[in-house]
Design a protein around this ligand. Structure first.
Ligand code: PLP
Length: 401
């Protein structure tokens, strides 16, 4: 891929690097799989909301699935057309609903009857008709990590089928609501086809029931969740994924919407970090690096695996070690008991598949400044987010001391 040493020299470390050509390939594969039907790919902005990433999505023809008004505004700023923007999430505030309606986005994905009432009140006050979709919880086990499983009744997301039906009937008769979509999203990093097939057929049946009630739904939104390879996972074929959904839909004439996050950007990203020290306390070997859990929290949060490459080193005389950061938490690690050769100060470690839920989950914990982000495209690289400075860190506080 790229010369990571050169990138580390030019931009410093820790650093996120995204290969935009990989994003293009993933997008193309997905569109190709869906080509037998009308489809709209709405990138889940929470996976990676860098403006240049969103602009790249816009160029590819993608829309955006957003979970806050901040993401909606990022998407608009980056040039995603308003008619390709969806607003999802269990806890939308009144001001967020109002701004989304004023921006005339494609639809709001509703997650409760109470939320629908708020949307109806706000739309009526604004004198607009709110295009809505309802997130149905099909009670299906996505067989993934419990923290990223969302399609079971024990999860906070969506509404059950009976409530959904009631909501659609209400919406059809309400002057300020226009029910245009139906939605499910059962979890993330899913590597089995069956949960998608089951969820799609549950929702397709509901769609047929609604049709019988003269409620015509235009958008069938299958959410995101397609897993990627971090380690040795066997991922699903996008062709089979699409076919499974088509089979569930049968003759229903709808536009297929999907909301992939991780699938589009996960494998495009690399997190570069430099070795500071080796430390051996007699029991254990630690490789201490300049990156930390505040920069990339997935290992700490989910025990997630990221392959680590000792860049430019030969894998000789390796021994087991933990790769850890400088943050004052025992949970601050990138890997446990992995084999690495002896490391020296300034050697570079590359963490793979760090393009999704990496930078977007980063924080300023320990008063660490957020890292820079770089795009690689057609063999050349460019900065797409400056490294934060100490001035940035104190900007919103300094006037009060
Ligand atoms: C997080 C999320 C997605 C994207 O999930 P991935 O696993 O990254 O594909 C899509 N839709 C909704 C509603 C989400 O909350």
């Amino acid at each position: 891929m790229a010369d990571f040493s050169a990138l580390a020299r030019t931009y410093g470390t820790p650093l996120y690097v995204y290969n935009f050509d990989t994003i293009t390939e993933q997008f193309t594969t997905l569109k190709e799989a869906f080509k037998a039907r009308k489809s709209l790919v709405c990138f889940a902005a929470k996976a990676n909301s860098n403006l240049s990433v969103l602009k790249h999505m816009a160029k590819l023809g993608a829309g955006c699935d957003c979970v806050s008004i901040g993401e909606v505004k990022r998407a608009l700023f980056a040039g995603i057309p308003k008619y390709k923007i969806i607003f999802s999430g269990v806890g939308k505030r009144d001001d967020e609903i109002e701004e989304a309606l004023q921006n005339d986005i494609l639809m709001l994905n509703l997650e409760s009857e109470e939320e629908m009432k708020r949307v109806e009140i706000i739309a009526s006050r604004l004198g607009v008709q709110a295009r809505i979709s309802i997130r149905v919880n099909p009670n299906i086990d996505a067989q993934t990590h419990p923290y990223i499983s969302t399609g079971l009744h024990e999860n906070k997301f969506g509404v059950d089928i009976e409530s959904a039906k009631r909501m659609y009937i209400h919406a059809k008769n309400a002057t300020s609501l226009d029910p245009v979509g139906i939605h499910f999203h059962i979890g993330s990093q899913i590597t089995e086809l069956q949960p998608f097939r089951d969820a799609a057929s549950v929702l397709a049946n509901l769609l047929r029931n609604l049709k019988a009630l003269q409620i015509d739904i235009k958008f069938f939104d299958v959410g995101g969740g397609v897993g990627i390879r971090y380690d040795n996972e066997i991922t699903i074929s996008l062709y089979d994924y699409a076919q499974g959904i088509f089979t569930a839909l049968g003759g229903l004439d709808v536009t297929l919407v999907c909301e992939p996050g991780r699938y589009l950007v996960g494998n495009c990203g690399y997190f570069l970090t430099k070795v500071l020290y080796e430390k051996n306390n007699g029991y254990k070997r630690f490789v201490i690096v300049d990156g930390a859990m505040n920069d990339l929290i997935r290992p700490s949060l989910y025990g997630a695996y990221h392959e680590i490459e000792a860049y430019g080193k030969t894998m000789e005389h390796t021994t087991l070690c933990d790769v850890v950061g400088p943050v004052c938490e025992s949970g601050d690690f990138f890997a446990k008991s992995i084999a690495l050769p002896p490391m020296e100060h300034d050697d570079i470690l590359v963490l793979k598949s760090a393009g999704a839920y990496g930078f977007t989950m980063s924080s300023n914990y320990n008063s660490r400044t957020r890292v820079a982000e770089v795009a690689v495209e057609n063999g050349s690289d460019r900065l797409i987010r400056k490294r934060e400075s100490f001035e940035d860190l104190i900007a919103l506080e300094k006037e009060y001391v």
